[in-house]
Design a protein around this ligand. Structure first.
Ligand code: SAH
Length: 219
């Protein structure tokens, strides 16, 4: 990743290190994930007006009623994704700011990302290309449908919450593949890991979380 874009002041390395320490304190253990979060300039994934808060461990607005995910959640989901083998091909649903996409692109071979809001998708595309992250393919579409053309995926990561697990996404997981997804109504979501073993799907529940809803259709 191109990294001559590091700022000063609120975006300095020291500020970022504080965030990494906090993630460690909160239980993130995977050093690969921590190293990538440490070097990824989160302040570039939001409006300048918000950038002074970029290294707080909190979700922040990115317009269109959407948010850039909290760093702890990005770390937690990415850690869960890497738990066994490193997946090669990963489908991400809900590009949003592109921050989680940037993190994934530095850890896996190929990222496919789907977003329903065109303006967010093109902004994310520009940011990721400015960082010279080139192993990403973008699609404007409804994430409920996944991206069948490039299936199967070794992993699927969903960054908005459906009320129940979309069948279409399950069917795009390869053998042994895993999906990390928040499921449930706004007040009662759980992060789940679903692993495909032949025709069975094994489900494991993680933290209670609070994501924006996965909305049907393209905006
Ligand atoms: N990982 C992103 C999270 C953005 S919030 C980040 O850290 O910036 C969730 C995103 O999911 C929003 O951008 C929203 O527009 C998108 N989204 C919601 N429903 C969707 C759907 N059906 N298909 C694709 N994207 C969707």
């Amino acid at each position: 990743m191109r990294n001559d874009t590091q700022g000063i002041g609120m975006t300095s390395q020291r500020t970022r290190d504080r965030l990494i320490n906090r993630l460690r304190e909160n239980g993130i253990r995977d050093e690969r994930v921590l190293a990538v979060l440490r070097s990824t300039p989160r302040h570039l994934f939001m409006d300048e007006a918000m950038a002074t808060r970029a290294y707080e461990d909190t979700a922040l607005p990115i317009g269109f009623g959407q948010t850039i995910s909290q760093p702890y959640i990005v770390a937690r989901m990415t850690e869960a994704l890497l738990q066994k083998d490193i997946p090669r091909r990963v489908l991400e649903i809900g590009t949003g700011s592109g921050y989680q996409t940037a993190v994934l692109a530095q850890l896996v071979e190929q990222v496919f990302t789907v977003e329903r809001v065109g303006a967010l998708l093109s902004q994310a595309r520009q940011r990721l290309s400015a960082l010279e992250l080139r192993n990403i393919q973008f699609r404007l579409g409804d994430g409920y449908e996944g991206w069948p053309k490039n299936a199967p995926y070794d992993a699927i990561l969903v960054t908005a919450a459906p009320e129940s697990i979309p069948e279409q996404l399950l069917s795009q997981l390869g053998e042994g593949g895993r999906m990390i997804i928040p499921v449930g109504l706004t007040q009662a979501q759980r992060l789940q890991i679903i692993t495909r073993q032949a025709d069975e799907y094994v489900n494991e529940a993680l933290d209670s979380v609070s994501f924006v809803p996965l909305i049907k259709g393209v905006q």
